[in-house]
Design a protein around this ligand. Structure first.
Ligand SMILES: NC(=O)c1ccc[n+]([C@@H]2O[C@H](COP(=O)([O-])OP(=O)(O)OC[C@H]3O[C@@H](n4cnc5c(N)ncnc54)[C@H](O)[C@@H]3O)[C@@H](O)[C@H]2O)c1
Ligand SMILES: [Zn+2]
Length: 343
């Protein structure tokens, strides 16, 4: 059942986001796309989802499955996807459809941006993280040399389909990790939404209300992307928690999920009063708030991230819920803040 349609308004690059339950089989009608499609998924996504999409595009689609995990956001996997598209003889009229989490979304979106200098991309996110955040906004990328998202393109999808039924197979730790991006958006942009998340008893209450939580996060992200599609200013707010978070993600080498690293990455960049509110919320959502890894190395890796400018890293600070400030931070200060936050 279709519950909501949200349109991201970007002139000729505008697109609809369909939200509902049991929608995946309707991808054909909803996207209204007549070409052929490479359906990209990964080995951790239950096959029933990509198969349902293949049935919706019967006779004009093929499923291509990459290995699950962040490691697939690589140039070598990108090459495999591009070869699969070429073997299918996809043309400019055709499309890549990602079915899965942020990994296949980022990889498939970038493959669509590169193949024949750009073909249509559709996204069917199946994790909380990809539903609330990564499937919207057109950022696509792969990692290189341990640096996240350093090779990529802005390539907006033509349509996004969110079938909340797909979350039934997602484990709780992944759900928690995804909710962290919704917390990130509420903490920086929407005081009332943060209060709603705080007032929920726990993760069960939030998942019972997941359609609303997803829809609210999408509306917050959409408003930011519509004002600053290519991250020249405002869109940087979405990097709250990501400066050190990306360093932690690289240092943890797969032991922590992206959303968990963002949770840890938010804490050093808050005022004392904001941290006092985020700590219990993150704990209730099952997210980590203490870091046992090598914080010096994580900070160093963060400083090498592509967003560092002239020895300083740009970071988003939250002094008051629902507001933010972007500051350049010398490496020494980044390390001091990080050490102090997890003592
Ligand atoms: N492009 C953006 O704007 C943006 C924003 C935020 C994050 N990201 C990126 O997103 C990625 C993280 O995305 P993610 O958290 O979705 O991770 P993911 O894509 O790795 O998915 C997590 C795991 O869940 C499995 N899975 C997916 N759907 C499932 C389902 N319905 N049931 C059971 N298992 C399922 C996957 O196989 C995978 O093992 C990172 O690479 C991050 O950099 C991108
Ligand atoms: Zn993120």
């Amino acid at each position: 059942m279709l519950k909501e349609v949200i349109t991201v308004s970007l002139g000729e690059r505008s697109y609809p986001i369909y939200i509902g339950s049991g929608l995946i089989g309707e991808a054909g009608e909803l996207f209204g796309f007549n070409g052929r499609a490479l359906i990209l998924t990964d080995s951790g996504v239950p096959t029933e989802y990509s198969r349902a999409v293949a049935r919706a595009f019967a006779g004009r689609s093929e499923i291509f499955t990459v290995k699950e995990g962040e490691g697939s956001k690589s140039l070598s996997t990108l090459e495999e996807v591009l070869c699969a598209a070429a073997n299918m003889k996809l043309t400019r009229k055709d499309a890549i459809i990602a079915v899965g989490g942020g990994v296949v979304g980022d990889l498939g979106g970038f493959a669509a941006a590169c193949y024949m200098r750009g073909i249509a991309f559709y996204n069917i996110p199946t994790t909380v993280l990809s539903m609330v955040d990564s499937s919207i906004g057109g950022k696509t990328a792969v990692n290189l040399g341990g640096i996240k998202n350093i090779v990529g393109a802005f390539h907006q999808p033509r349509g996004v389909l969110i079938d909340t039924d797909t979350l039934k197979t997602l484990d709780e730790r992944q759900i928690s990790a995804g909710l962290c991006e919704a917390v990130k958006m509420a903490a920086t942009l929407d005081r009332e939404e943060l209060e709603r998340l705080e007032s929920a008893g726990g993760i069960g209450e939030i998942t019972a209300d997941i359609t609303r939580v997803i829809s609210r996060a999408i509306c917050l992200k959409k408003a930011v992307v519509e004002k600053d599609e290519r991250e020249s200013g405002l869109r940087k707010v979405l990097n709250f928690g990501h400066t050190l978070g990306h360093g932690i993600e690289a240092e943890a080498k797969g032991a922590l999920y992206h959303g968990e690293c963002v949770a840890l990455g938010m804490l050093p960049f808050c005022s004392e009063s904001v941290r006092e509110r985020l700590l219990p919320l993150l704990k209730r959502l099952g997210l980590p708030t203490e870091y046992g890894g090598d914080i010096e190395l994580a900070a160093e890796l963060a400083a090498h991230d592509k967003k560092s400018v002239g020895g300083a890293v740009e970071a988003v600070f939250v002094n008051e819920i629902g507001s933010f400030e972007i500051k350049a931070l010398p490496f020494g200060e980044l390390l001091t803040l990080a050490r102090a936050a997890y003592k």
